[in-house]
Design a protein around this ligand. Structure first.
Ligand code: ADP
Length: 347
């Protein structure tokens, strides 16, 4: 069931067109991540959904109820929408119970039980209810902020870069915990992030913004492997791009003949290979290449490669297990795992 429908929403700040006819549908119970470079309009879109800003044009509806129709908007506090920001924005002078209590009416009979249930939902010990925010870690504060937003039983949860202030290790575990909590509560969630890997792992739908427009929306796997254009491809991860000639079967490019779905197209095009598609071996078969550089990244390493000579010289980067890292200057043979992706013809 489609729950949130954003239709042709535009917003201008002076000379800046922050949103340009953005349309997006969000299914009930799903997790959507909005990604895009800084200034692409992500926060503006989230603030319009929350009701902190009015669009100049376009509509926003939630469960059939019109929240915004151009500049005419429903008040933010009437929207049944939770909002968690980067810093959580807990009240520093109140303990956790009172911070959470803000979302629960004072006269609610089972208030204490609800507070404990909320703590359990966000996987925090109820003993922390008496602590002040400064006595909690960054990750714990974010979970309290989430619990406070959940206390209002929102139909939709908006998360604006909620993990970006956390350390890398903690970030991953808090993100997984938050995803678990929201899935358990069955709450539709929209996450704004500039972190591609966070978006790819968190969401079941990804919306890529660029210069105020929705560049592409779809399942993360689909967008990573079948991006609509080279900009989206490079935004979602590293990629090697080559000009290619479309053959009867597959394509040919500087790497040789490669498998690719061509859909019966003819002529030329651009193909993409993700760095993890390159397989390196010390003996053939494969394309002869030379190792220019090796970047150690823990589990994986990046291997900068060079093949061909002078006019035909090409450079690309492979990502392989760091257990198999070659040495700088080594000669290797490169083969391709899976098919190359042929970008759609430009319109
Ligand atoms: P993102 O969240 O993707 O970084 P924003 O939605 O914050 O992007 O901003 C989109 C564009 O709108 C940017 O060019 C930004 O400078 C501009 N903008 C956002 N909010 C305001 C505002 N209140 N006043 C003027 N310009 C704004």
């Amino acid at each position: 069931m489609t729950q949130l429908v954003i239709s042709d929403v535009s917003k201008r700040y002076g000379a800046t067109l922050a949103l340009d006819r953005v349309s997006l549908s969000v299914e009930a119970g799903s997790r959507v991540a909005i990604v895009g470079p800084s200034g692409s309009g992500k926060t503006t879109l989230l603030r319009i959904i929350a009701g902190f800003e009015a669009p100049d044009a376009g509509t926003v509806t939630l469960d059939g109820q019109v929240l915004a129709n151009g500049p005419a908007i429903a008040a933010a506090h009437r929207r049944r929408i939770g909002y968690v920001t980067q810093d959580g924005a807990l009240f520093p002078h109140l303990d956790v119970a009172d911070n959470l209590g803000f979302g629960i009416p004072r006269d609610e009979p089972d208030r204490a039980a609800r507070l404990c249930a909320l703590m359990e939902l966000v996987e925090l010990d109820a003993a922390m209810l008496s602590r002040r925010p400064h006595e909690l870690s960054g990750g714990q504060q974010q979970r309290v902020a989430l619990a406070r937003a959940l206390a209002r039983k929102p139909a939709l949860m908006l998360l604006d870069e909620p993990f970006s202030a956390l350390d890398t290790g903690l970030r991953e575990s808090v993100r997984q915990a938050v995803a678990r909590v929201l899935a358990k509560a069955g709450i539709t969630t929209i996450l704004v992030t500039h972190d591609q890997s966070e978006a790819l792992s968190f969401a079941d739908q990804l919306a890529v913004m660029r210069e105020g427009r929705l560049a592409q929306a779809g399942r993360p796997y689909e967008l990573y492997w079948r991006p609509a254009d080279t900009e989206t491809a490079l935004f979602l991860g590293n990629a090697a791009l080559f000009d290619a000639k479309i053959e009867a079967v597959g394509v040919s490019c500087a790497l040789g003949r490669l498998a690719a779905e061509t859909g019966g197209r003819r002529g030329g095009g651009t193909i993409m290979l993700r760095p993890e598609q390159f397989h390196l071996s010390a003996t053939g078969p494969g394309l002869e290449a030379w190792v220019d550089d090796v970047t150690f990244r823990g589990a994986q390493c990046g291997v900068a490669l060079r093949a061909g000579h002078e006019e035909t010289e090409i450079r690309f980067t492979a990502q392989i297990s760091s257990l198999e890292a070659p040495q700088i200057g080594d000669r290797v043979f490169v083969s391709i795992k899976g098919a190359a992706f042929l970008f759609p013809a430009p319109r």
